[in-house]
Write a protein that binds this ligand. Structure first.
Ligand code: NAD
Ligand code: PRE
Length: 364
């Protein structure tokens, strides 16, 4: 696609806005930065995400696309404000909910011909420009929800933004988007919070025994409660529906366990069914780049808490020609050691483990 986006304005230089800005800068796009917090713009600028927007120095309409990366409840008012000033040719937002901001934009009288709402399905449990990453969106789905009024040029501009950020566009209606993300993002967040809330009064012994399982299940629970309240309020009914189904499963699991504890062995059938349904559901999550879920194998390696350990580990992977698909680190509390988990293709796991053992690494 020929590049039409020469100048992009990012309004809201937090995690998502700054990540998009960094990705665009890497592709040579001029990026202007704005935020109601001067410190957020300053940090984004220092990170190389672009230059501070000075509207008085820029003729109206010189911005090709404005990306509104503020909390969902503020999207429509920002859009109206920018459109009133004729700031950009086209507009998008990145909010995690789509139907309500579009309804608000309609109610406020925004111009829906130049606006195509969007949502990258990538993020982190951290907020602010300091958490931004240029590669945050690589290979991730990025929904766009054009209304019937949207110009094809506006849609093309948003598609180009998605392409420049390295993400995969998924075109979907706003209502369907919201029902979908209730299942794959919003209800999982609340479920993670409910599990993580149990840890608030867990004993030190319990926390000292925390392994990767609880970290995997609760990572997203570390997200900003203010932002998440806004997301959940904006998608309340679809999320409630999923949570009601999850609650039924959890209640049935607890009932089955009480029966098992009381000596009724027949209850194990219900529990097995839930566990099997979980395996089936998990198996349906697409893998990297949206393809079918690959069955990566994890090679665990003990690493010392010293500089250069990871670099040496990757050097071995390089020497034996193994592509590391993902890497995670787990630190052992109170010990100068950690575990590096290297996710590799199944046929690469044994050769890699052998090569590491030969070179003196501990591979448990
Ligand atoms: N956090 C995620 O994982 C994630 C992923 C995809 C999409 N989103 C969506 O992206 C948007 C931004 O989320 P984030 O995680 O980057 O949050 P963030 O808190 O890191 O950044 C939001 C920024 O917007 C600024 N802001 C708020 N209201 C503003 C306004 N009216 N005008 C200008 N600036 C304003 C804040 O000062 C802050 O710097 C939200 O709509 C969120 O739903 C978040
Ligand atoms: O990976 C994370 O930390 C996220 O929270 C990302 C995540 C998600 O649920 O996948 C969260 C909310 C966003 O709207 C999009 C992406």
């Amino acid at each position: 696609m020929a590049s039409e986006l020469r100048t992009v304005l990012v309004v809201g230089t937090g995690l998502i806005g700054t990540s998009a800005a960094l990705a665009l800068r890497k592709r040579g796009v001029r990026v202007l930065l704005a935020d109601r917090e001067a410190a957020a713009v300053r940090l984004a600028r220092e990170l190389g995400a672009g230059e501070e927007w000075q509207p008085e120095l820029l003729p109206a309409g010189d911005v090709d696309l404005a990306v509104i990366a503020v909390p969902p409840a503020h999207v429509a008012e920002e859009l109206l404000e920018l459109q009133k000033r004729g700031v950009a040719r086209f507009y998008t937002d990145v909010a995690s909910v789509k139907a309500e901001p579009i309804r608000q934009a309609e109610r406020l009288g925004c111009d829906l011909t130049t606006y195509v709402a969007s949502h990258p399905l990538a993020g982190r449990e951290k907020s602010g420009p300091g958490a931004a990453r240029a590669d945050l969106f690589l290979g991730r789905p990025w929904a766009l929800c054009p209304t019937g009024e949207a110009l094809s040029e506006a849609r093309a501009a948003v598609l180009e933004l998605i392409e420049l950020c390295g993400a995969n566009p998924v075109e979907v209606g706003a209502e369907e988007h919201d029902r979908a993300v209730a299942v794959v993002s919003h209800a999982p967040h609340v479920a993670a919070s409910a599990v993580a809330a149990r840890l608030a009064d867990a004993t030190d012994v319990a926390l000292g025994l925390a392994g990767q399982g609880v970290r995997d299940v609760t990572r997203i629970a570390g997200g900003d409660p203010g932002l998440w309240l806004g997301i959940l309020e904006g998608n309340a009914d679809p999320v409630a529906e999923v949570l009601e189904a999850v609650s039924r499963d959890l209640a049935e699991a607890a009932t089955a366990l009480r029966s098992l504890a009381g000596g009724d062995g027949t209850a194990s059938g219900d529990l097995t069914q839930l566990l099997k349904r979980g395996v089936a559901g998990h198996g349906r999550i697409p893998g990297k780049h949206g393809g079918p879920a690959p069955a990566y194998v994890v090679v665990q390696v003990v690493i010392g808490d010293r500089p250069g350990q990871l670099a040496r580990l990757f050097q071995v992977c390089d020497e034996v020609g193994v592509n590391v698909e993902d890497v995670r680190l787990e630190h052992a509390p109170g010990l100068p050691l950690g575990i590096a988990e290297l996710w590799v293709q199944p046929d690469a796991a044994s050769p890699l483990a052998d090569a590491l053992l030969e070179r003196g690494w501990q591979v448990p």
